[in-house]
Design a protein around this ligand. Sequence first.
Ligand SMILES: Cc1ncc(COP(=O)(O)O)c(C=O)c1O
Length: 396
Amino acid sequence: MEFVFTNNINRKGTCSVKWDLCNEFFSAEDVLPLWVADSDWPTVPEVVKAIEQRTAHGIFGYTFPGREAEDAVINWLDKKYNWKIKREWLVFDNGVVPSINFALKALTNPGDGVVIQAPVYKPFFEAVANNGNELIINELEYKDNKYNFDLDDLETLLEERVSLGKKTAAMILCSPHNPVGRVWSESELNNLSKIAKKYDLLILSDEIHADILYPGQQHQPTANLDKQIDHQTITFMAPSKTFNIAGLHTSFTIISNAEMRKKYKEAKSGFAAGNNILGITALTAAFNHGEAWLEAQQVYLQENLQFVKEYLKNNLPEIKLVRPEGTYLIWLDCNNLPLSSEKIADFMKNKAKVGLNPGEWFGPGGKGFMRMNIACPRARLKEGLDRIYTAVKGLS
Ligand SMILES: Cc1ncc(COP(=O)(O)O)c(C=O)c1O
């Protein structure tokens, strides 16, 4: 079966955050939206069919996930990452962001330090603030157009806190990383986990982007590194980015440590809704039938990425692509544009008329960068790049 990613489907007027809330975010209606992390093409045909069959039943009462959904997740994790989880480790949730908040609520105390590796997805900062934790920023190291963990800095930060008698309870890890696109290797994660073990850090591992990988990459679940790290890790995953079903608000959390799982469930109760009936249906169909579609999507994304790379090289050498290893989000180093870094975001929305996420949105280390979403038909991507090209030429 051939899958089509090139159709220019109109999403305006569908309550799409990406398309219908440009005015709220950019104060401009006429930007080309290349921001929010969803895709501009329909999900897997079998997912649509499964939802249609479920809606034909006509009754949408309270729902629990059931064995079929559990099996779909268990098999997917085994097949994709050779990660063999037990059924009881699984908790079905309504989104990774609420789950990270519940985990902090369950397993940290206000005032405890929580480490995040900036620049990173903004809701991590918000989760730390929501729970009254102390934010500890361990900036990623950016060298030769590539990002790495800065583990020396991490140890220094943690050691300093120990000497001051301050507790550091957890780290929120983004793996693969949004926005810098790194797919952390097993050896990098092992090095990080040595520090987590030494300082008894809980690892909240957000692996929502695990399935979108460029050739040669393999995702390593943090919890599956070894038994000890598994014991102190909570993993957050979802089919939402992979299969473009984020609006169905269905994710899952994996906690092998029974005591932590109990606390996590207690922290959730009273706050979280039950499961979304159509989300569970979609997750099951996507994991059971979506693999060929995902492979085709990966080919299209790879070609989009190549297209951007060549376009920038030939037309806009002032903008450097930080080439991602995973995710459909690309991180553009705009520091060589003839503009002060404070003005880049404003230039992109008001002069180029493209809706990109400003680097500052991702915290320290983000200034001078913009994040672009390439999960759209190539013609639209070209239009976005053409708009930037015209605006940049207008600067000289
Ligand atoms: C790293 C990361 N975590 C979580 C989310 C959102 O997850 P959810 O919609 O399940 O809350 C995103 C969305 O862009 C993301 O990039």
